[in-house]
Design a protein around this ligand. Structure first.
Ligand SMILES: *Cc1c(COP(=O)(O)O)cnc(C)c1O
Length: 382
C-alpha cells in the first residue's frame, strides 16, 4: 500500500482533486486517537490492542502516541512489528495454537503471556520456557474458555476455547507447573450489548472457584462493536457493565484486561471505490470488492453503510433504487451481500465511500486477479 504524505481535509476534497482510478483507504489519525482515549479512559482495566484487526504501522504508531502500551499479538510477524515500534511494550501471545518455533521466538522477544486451550499447548509452552531457561513463575498462562453465547456477528468459540470443566483443569495444571494462571475468552466479534461479557465473567468466577486457583487477572477479549451500519454504540455502558460484572463475580480487586480490535479501529478509516461500469440492467461494477478490502462483508452477511459521490466529490442526489454491487474480479462471488440501495442516477466514475473500514479491511485484502492495489490517504476528518 502506498501512503501519500499530505493530509487532506476529508475524502471528498481528495477525490475531487485527484480523481484516483484505484480504490483509496482514507485514514483519520484524529479519529483513532479519540477512539483510543475512549477505551483508555473508560475501560476499567488494561487495554491491549488486537494487532490483527489492523497492523498498518501508521495505525500502531497513532495508538502508541495515544497511550496504548500493551498488545494482543498472534504471530511472530506481529511480535516483530510491535517490538520494532515499541521496544518496552507488553505483548500477550493470545493465539492458542502456536508452533514450537513460534513459542521460542516469542520467548526470545520478551513475551511472557501465552493463551492455551489444551494440555498439549500448555506442555509445549512449559517445555520451551524450561529449554530457554525462563522461570515458570515468570510465565503467565491465560486459559481460553468458551461458552455457547449468541449475540455476536460471528462466533469465536467455533475455533478456540476449552469447556469450563477443561479450563478449570488447565488452570490447576498451569499452577502445578509453577506458572501464573489467568483466564481469557473472546465473546465473539461485534457484540452490540454487554450480555455476552456478563455471562462469561460470571462463568470465569465459577471456573476459578472449581479449580481452586486464584487468578492473576481476567482478560475479557475483544468484541466491542464498531459503527459498521451507521448506528453508534454506547461503549461506556458496555465498559460499566463489564466492571459491574467483575465486581459482582470477583470483587473489585480482580484486574481486567481487554483486547479490542474492531471497536477501537473500525471508525478511523473509510474506503472509496470507483464505479467502473453501470450496465444496462442496473448492475454496478466497483474497483474493489470481496477479494479486496471489502472481504469481510460476506462473512458478516451485510454491506457496511456507504455514501455515493459524484466524480466532483458531491453527494449523488436522487431517489434510492435497489442495486447490485459487483467487485472488479471475474469471479461471480465477487458481489456485495445484503439488499443495497443507490441513488437512481448512480453513474460511471461516481465513488462509493464505505464507512467503518478500519478493521479487517486492508489487512485481509488479496491481489486476486491483479486487483487489490489500495492507496492510503491521510485525512483530518471522515
Ligand atoms: C481477533 C481477536 C481480538 C479482536 O477481536 P475484535 O472482535 O476485533 O475486537 C481479540 N482477541 C483475540 C484473541 C482475537 O483473536
Amino acid at each position: 500500500m502506498t501512503t501519500t504524505a499530505a493530509i487532506w481535509r476529508n475524502p471528498e476534497s481528495y477525490l475531487a482533486a485527484e480523481r484516483p482510478d484505484a480504490p483509496v483507504l482514507f485514514f483519520a489519525p484524529a479519529v483513532l486517537t479519540a477512539s483510543a482515549k475512549r477505551f483508555l479512559t473508560g475501560f476499567p482495566g488494561l487495554v491491549t490492542y488486537a494487532v490483527k484487526s489492523n497492523s498498518e504501522p501508521a495505525v500502531v504508531m497513532t495508538l502508541i502516541a495515544a497511550g496504548v502500551k500493551a498488545w494482543d499479538v498472534a504471530s511472530p510477524a506481529e511480535i516483530e512489528l510491535i517490538r520494532g515500534l515499541d521496544p518496552d511494550a507488553a505483548l500477550h501471545y493470545h493465539n492458542p495454537a502456536k508452533s514450537r518455533g513460534e513459542i521460542g521466538f516469542a520467548l526470545d522477544h520478551g513475551v511472557r503471556t501465552f493463551s492455551v486451550d489444551s494440555v498439549v499447548e500448555l506442555d509445549k509452552v512449559a517445555a520451551i520456557a524450561a529449554e530457554r531457561g525462563v522461570a515458570a513463575a515468570d510465565v503467565e498462562i491465560s486459559v481460553r474458555f468458551k461458552l455457547p453465547v449468541r449475540g455476536a456477528a460471528y462466533d469465536f468459540g467455533a475455533k478456540f476455547g476449552a469447556s469450563p470443566e477443561k479450563a478449570a483443569a488447565l488452570l490447576r495444571q498451569a499452577q502445578g507447573l509453577g506458572m501464573v494462571a489467568s483466564l481469557t475468552f473472546h465473546p465473539g466479534t461485534q457484540c452490540e450489548t454487554a450480555d455476552a461479557w456478563v455471562s462469561y465473567i460470571h462463568q470465569a468466577a465459577r471456573i476459578a472457584e472449581d479449580a481452586g486457583v486464584s487468578l492473576r487477572r481476567l482478560n475479557v477479549g475483544g468484541g466491542f462493536p464498531g459503527a459498521l451500519y451507521g448506528e453508534r454504540f454506547d461503549l461506556e455502558a458496555i465498559f460499566e457493565a463489564i466492571g459491574a460484572a467483575r465486581d459482582a463475580a470477583f470483587g473489585p480487586d480482580m484486574p481486567l484486561v481487554c483486547e479490542p480490535g474492531r471497536g477501537l479501529v473500525s471508525g478511523c478509516m473509510t474506503l472509496a471505490a470507483r464505479v467502473k461500469l453501470v450496465r444496462e440492467d442496473g448492475a454496478v461494477f466497483l474497483n474493489d470488492g470481496v477479494y479486496g478490502a471489502l472481504d469481510e462483508f460476506p462473512v458478516l452477511g451485510r454491506t457496511h453503510s456507504y455514501r455515493v459521490l459524484t466524480p466532483e466529490g458531491l453527494p449523488r442526489e436522487g431517489d434510492a433504487r435497489p442495486v447490485i454491487f459487483f467487485g472488479p474480479t471475474c469471479d461471480s462471488v465477487d458481489r456485495l451481500p445484503g439488499d443495497n440501495l443507490a441513488p437512481a442516477g448512480i453513474a460511471e466514475d461516481d465513488v462509493v465511500v464505505f464507512e467503518a473500514m478500519g478493521a479487517y479491511g486492508s489487512v485481509t485484502a488479496t491481489s486476486f486477479n491483479g486487483y487489490g492495489g489500495l492507496r492510503s490517504v491521510l485525512v483530518s476528518e471522515l
